[in-house]
Design a protein around this ligand. Structure first.
Ligand code: NAP
Length: 305
């Protein structure tokens, strides 16, 4: 039996693993895909302290994993299929078997929201993307659109402007939500055009994206633009499907914890983007992971587990 099983290998999970392993707890971290979660989709991180020059999210993720391993954390690639959390001994069922643990730290993060348009699923991977860093290079010399007005949309637009001939940002309001530095970089980039007060009504194309049908939300005027790709950056939603009927969630589906990362089930903690919190950044995910690890350690010692 493990002392701690951590579900999810983003900054919250790796930091939790580093802290529990360093506290000499038997630590297993399970990640189903690639290291870093959403962080890995960021090309240049310039607001994680300690790196004067920007570092890529995947590089930072790989360093975090190695650092946790150095203290003895076991990190495996497997998909968690089910969780039984209510007993003192928790069971984590995966595609390859089952694990048992005294404590569980939920770090599954969040995933990009979809627009919900009829053509979106059909053209996903054929011009519709949710990750500019992953797919941007396929659009070298071509025209693309980015939907959204937050940090992700601005970062994506700036990244895509490096190799696309033109980037059109389509935003439903008349002001961006992103931090000012990103806004200024977007406004001063000659390859980026912003279409304000506009919603995407449809994605045009059969085998691949050929354009977008737009509607100005103030005037009601409809129009079309020709693009070869559309990057959807309209926010994130928590990955709580495994625990939604077990732990307390808020109205938006995020896990509710106290400041100790304690969920509604004793011995079960949540850290990072999956939990209700005011600021979702790599640094706050890492901070959550450290607190959750500390509380898991206390839970084990105080209950003589
Ligand atoms: P976000 O901040 O929630 O912004 C989502 C954007 O998409 C908003 O501009 C929103 O419009 C728009 N939007 C939402 N639903 C829409 C819909 N159905 N149709 C059209 N537009 C829609 O999401 P995010 O940019 O992905 O950022 C998520 C979190 O990660 C934030 O906390 C952000 O600060 C953080 N983040 C930080 C960094 C960084 O620090 N470098 C980088 C990326 C992300 P409205 O403005 O009208 O609401």
């Amino acid at each position: 039996m493990h002392d701690v099983v951590i579900v999810g290998g983003g900054p919250a999970g790796f930091t939790a693993a580093l802290y529990t392993a360093r506290a000499k707890l038997d630590t297993l971290l399970i990640e189903k895909a690639f290291y870093g979660g959403q962080m890995a989709t960021t090309n240049e991180m310039e607001n994680y302290p300690g790196f004067e020059e920007p570092i890529s999210g995947s590089e930072l993720a790989s360093r975090m994993a190695n650092q946790a391993r150095r203290f003895g954390a076991e990190i495996i690639q497997d998909e968690v299929k089910g969780l039984m959390l209510n007993e003192t001994v928790k069971t984590i069922e995966t595609a390859k078997g089952a694990h048992h643990a005294k404590t569980v730290i939920l770090c599954m993060g969040a995933s990009p929201k979809e627009l919900g348009l009829p053509q979106e699923q059909k053209l996903r991977g054929s011009g519709v993307s949710y990750c500019a860093t992953c797919d941007g290079a396929f659009f070298k010399g071509r025209q693309v659109a980015v939907v959204g007005g937050g940090d992700t949309a601005c970062e994506d637009a700036l990244y895509l402007s490096r190799f696309c001939s033109k980037v059109t940002v389509i935003h439903r309001r008349d002001a961006l939500r992103a931090v000012k530095t990103l806004q200024e970089a977007v406004f001063s980039n000659p390859k980026i055009e912003i279409v304000w007060d506009t919603a995407v009504e449809d994605i045009l194309g059969d085998m691949g994206v050929e354009g977008l049908k737009l509607k100005n939300l103030k005037t009601g005027v409809q129009s079309e633009i020709a693009v070869n790709g559309v990057f959807v950056a309209i926010g994130i939603e928590p990955r709580t499907s495994l625990v939604k009927d077990m732990v307390k969630l808020n109205a938006n589906g995020y896990i509710v914890t106290d400041e100790r990362m304690q969920t509604s089930i004793p011995g079960v903690y949540a850290a990072g983007d999956i939990r209700e919190k005011p600021l979702r950044q790599v640094i706050t995910a890492a901070s959550d992971g450290a607190v959750a690890a500390y509380m898991a350690e206390k839970h084990i010692s105080e209950n003589n587990l």
